[in-house]
Every structure is written in C-alpha cells, then in structure tokens.
Design a protein around this ligand. Sequence first.
Ligand code: ATP
Length: 201
Amino acid sequence: ADYIIGLTGGIGSGKTTVANIFANMGIVLVDADIVAREVVSKGSEGLKRITTHLGTIILLEDGNLNRSKLRQIIFDDDKERLWLNALLHPMIRTSMLQQCKDAQSNYVIMVAPLLFENGLDRLVNRTLLVDISPELQKQRTVTRDAVTAQHVENIIGSQASRAEKLSKADDVIDNQGEISALKCKVEALHNLYLKLSSKPE
Ligand code: ATP
C-alpha cells in the first residue's frame, strides 16, 4: 500500500481495539511495538550491533536480548540511551515503511503509541487519534492490567498531552462511549480512507 494512516492514542485509549476493527475489514496493520522487537530479535543485525557495542553481558543464555538488562543500562546512562536510539530508530522506521509498502490492502494502518513523540507522524499520509479522558485511561488500564492508578498516571505523564495530540491529529475518534458506537465511527473512517487512498494526493 502507498497510503499510510498513523494510529495513535495514550495508554488504555483503545488503539488495539480500533486497530482490530480495521483489521476485520481487511486492512493490514503494521505495529511499531512488534517491529521494535523484530529489529533486535535473535540473529538480527540490530542485536549483533548491540552485542558488539555492549558485550555478551546483554544476552540471555538462549541468545535472546536480555531486555531488563538493556533497560537498566540505558536508564543509568544517557550516552548509551542516545546510542541505542540512534541505532534502532532508523532500523524501525525502515522496516515499518517496508512492511507498509508490502501490505496488500488499499491502505495500511501504522499503530504507534508514540507516533507524535517519536516523529513517526512525518512518515504517514494522515494521522488518527483515539481519544479518551485521563480518568477513563486510568480506569480502563487498571481494569485490563494488574497495575495501580499511580503507575498509569506516570505513563500518561511521560506521553504527549491530550491537548497536544488533539491539535496534531487529522482525525479523532472519541472512544468514551460504548464499543458498538466505536465500530460505526471506525467504519465511517474506513470509507473515508478508501476514498483518500484511491486517488493521488
Ligand atoms: P495500550 O497502549 O495501553 O496498549 P490501547 O490503546 O491499545 O492500550 P486497548 O487495549 O485497545 O487500548 O483498550 C484498553 C482497555 O479498554 C481494553 O481492556 C479494552 O477492551 C477496553 N476498551 C476499549 N474501548 C472500550 C470502550 N469503548 N468501552 C469500554 N472498554 C473499552
């Protein structure tokens, strides 16, 4: 596909729920979280580069990346964090764009929790925000995961603000209502995206 929709939203906003409705209508999804794991999977160029730089201390016994060890290293050392980002961000971008290009649907949805924060919005044709209040974000995430409201609040604080995302997004889905209402809204956007992707910009 040549036409890419960037789908984003804060923690617990309903990105996955919305993405699955698009997928059920035959639209291919490219998930930034999955690609971020692929580029450091066992045998990958990314993992080789990390091992060369940090040593085999960064590997688990089975040869996979020791994620908690890596998290600890970059949490304690800004220089290493910048090095890692400079290595992985271009690899993630290239791989996501390739997967979008290869996708066999009229358009493709790039799902990225940090679409605006990481500048991925510049890679897509149009952006779609799933929007709910911070109160609902907390409520739904605490119900879904075994985490505290404080933990969710910290993550909300580390992400771009609701106002900033609302001002940047081309399209917004209000997901404060029922899931049934959500389906109608996604179907309407699907029709819009089919039109937009069928003609040159
Ligand atoms: P994260 O970024 O944390 O992975 P997400 O944006 O992908 O979250 P979802 O996992 O889709 O969000 O939704 C969060 C939770 O809220 C899930 O348990 C989901 O089933 C539920 N949910 C989503 N939309 C609604 C809705 N309209 N009404 C009630 N519950 C909802």
